[in-house]
Design a protein around this ligand. Structure first.
Ligand code: ADP
Ligand code: ZN
Length: 205
């Protein structure tokens, strides 16, 4: 079911692992990287918004002792500069935070014969497409959409529930919160809540 068996040979392609937070995108990206290392491929891993919490997780080793660490990046240009010409597999986590240039970069890397694996959340807290993810899904050869478990009802979760001070964040709440205690939960469509302003509610009735 998970689409990492795409036959490659010398030619490149793009795989996208998408889904809600906690759906296991990073676990799946790491699994593919580990298997590429077992296949003795030359691999580079990149991650936007890398912080110290990830340092342990992002030291990926195969059983024969090959290891790879994630390189922290903020822009597609940084990835372009860091990718070595003999690299065969380029893996990029948290792709949803990267600017639109990531689409052309992934396409160019695949065109030069590399396997490109991107993982990212495909919807924002409103349930709407996130950044460059729709374009990446469109240009990819292989797409996997993973689900978490809804923390309210236990069904498959496909939405990122944003909470501010424990309450569902409004549709128009600012992306960057100043003050306020912000958290996220995985939820299904029917348990996902994004209150609109009162006038919007009335218009929708
Ligand atoms: P992602 O990269 O998609 O955010 P991770 O690979 O970092 O996901 O984490 C997946 C892990 O998160 C799961 O294996 C599980 O242990 C844990 N987890 C925590 N909350 C949930 C949830 N609501 N549903 C499923 N897994 C969860
Ligand atoms: Zn639910």
């Amino acid at each position: 079911m998970i689409g990492d068996l795409y036959p490659g040979g010398a030619r490149g392609w793009i795989e996208v692992i998408c889904g809600v937070m906690f759906s296991g995108k990073s676990e799946e990206l790491i699994r593919r990287v580990r298997r590429a290392l077992i296949a003795k491929k030359r691999v580079q891993v990149f991650k936007s918004h890398l912080d110290e919490r990830y340092a342990g997780i992002y030291h990926v080793s195969s059983h024969d002792g090959r290891t790879v660490e994630a390189i922290p990046i903020d822009t597609p240009e940084q990835i372009a500069r860091a990718v070595q010409s003999d690299t065969q597999v380029v893996a990029i986590d948290e792709a949803q935070f990267l600017q639109a240039g990531i689409v052309d970069l992934a396409t160019a890397l695949a065109g030069s014969g590399k396997r490109v694996i991107l993982a990212g959340t495909d919807t924002d807290f409103r349930g709407e497409p996130f950044g460059c993810m729709p374009q990446l899904l469109a240009v990819a050869e292989v797409v996997d959409k993973l689900h978490a478990i809804c923390v309210v009802c236990g069904n498959p979760a496909s939405r990122n529930q944003r909470l501010i001070d424990g309450k569902p964040a409004r549709y128009d709440s600012p992306t960057i919160m100043v003050g306020g205690d912000e958290s996220y939960e995985a939820r299904c469509r029917s348990c996902h809540s994004v209150p609109r302003r009162d006038e919007d509610q009335v218009r929708l009735l």
